[in-house]
Design a protein around this ligand. Sequence first.
Ligand code: 3HC
Length: 303
Amino acid sequence: TAKYCTTNDGKEKNISNVTVIGGGLMGAGIVQVAAQNDFDVVIVDKEDEYLQKCMVMVRKSIDRITKKKFPDEPKLASKFVNDTLNRIKTEKEPSVGVANADLVIEAITENLDAKWKLFEVIDKAAPKHCIFTSNTSSLPIFEISKVTSRPDKFGGLHFFNPVPLMKLVEVVKAENTSQETFDTLFQFSKDLGKIPVACKDTPGFIVNRLLVPYMMEAIRFVERGHANARDIDTAMKLGAGYPMGPFELADYVGLDTIKFIVDGWHKNNPDNPLFNPSEMLNRCVEMGKFGKKNGEGFYKYTN
Ligand code: 3HC
């Protein structure tokens, strides 16, 4: 059985209660995957409206998974859907949402102040044995953990979009993350049916550190006028076997997200040409073209 977190009195305790904070696209995916794999989940977000939107995303995605999993077994399918949904509770107040948590996964906006405020509050409210994680894609885990009394019980758990389909989880061992916490998170990722990989607390971890410069390089390619976006996408799909070309992927990830990541890296490493900003990307974001999520990025989307 899994090696799990240790309570104050030194007893091993299984992770059974997971609290996800932030019900956006990533949060919804994490909630779904945890609930599907028998964890009791609380999803915390500020407004009823966000919580409702999150549950709509979860329901739609479970329906898609269920159709594939139980194509000819309607009874099993509806049991799977109901069991999964019954494991999910919604909550607006972070301190209430973490009261029984064994593990917290933070997936709120990529803003260090906002994350600090949240972790300060929940550090006081969560049980002492509870492990804290962040799904951040661009902020250092150690920085985030500094405001808590438990940097040893703090690590990175980085999921990929779409969370229900993407098999990978990057488990990040920051400066103060204890080996026990890291092992627990590694095992937890396996219990979600994912394949974990280990990574230090380095900018972009593994995937984004390679993927973001690749997408930026593709944008610069178009800026130089050496090929158009559609042909580059076709080239990378048919010539390199990627499921999406760099522009489809950029739209899928969100152009605002990519700009946020690359601007942060550029600020900290102004001499690294891989992190140079792009005028074309900046213009898209200025014009509100964020990608698939709001109907237009490099491509237009009808639904
Ligand atoms: N939930 C449940 N099921 C889903 C789903 C979701 N969110 N999205 C797609 N599916 C299902 C579909 O229903 C479909 O099922 P079917 O085969 O029974 O019809 C199946 O998955 C395949 O979907 P599609 O036919 O729509 O599309 P594809 O075959 O092209 O696969 C994809 C979609 C898995 C997204 C594939 O294109 C892919 O792997 N793309 C690359 C994604 C990627 O690189 N993600 C990482 C981004 S970086 C990141 O997330 C990090 C962050 O920090 C920025």
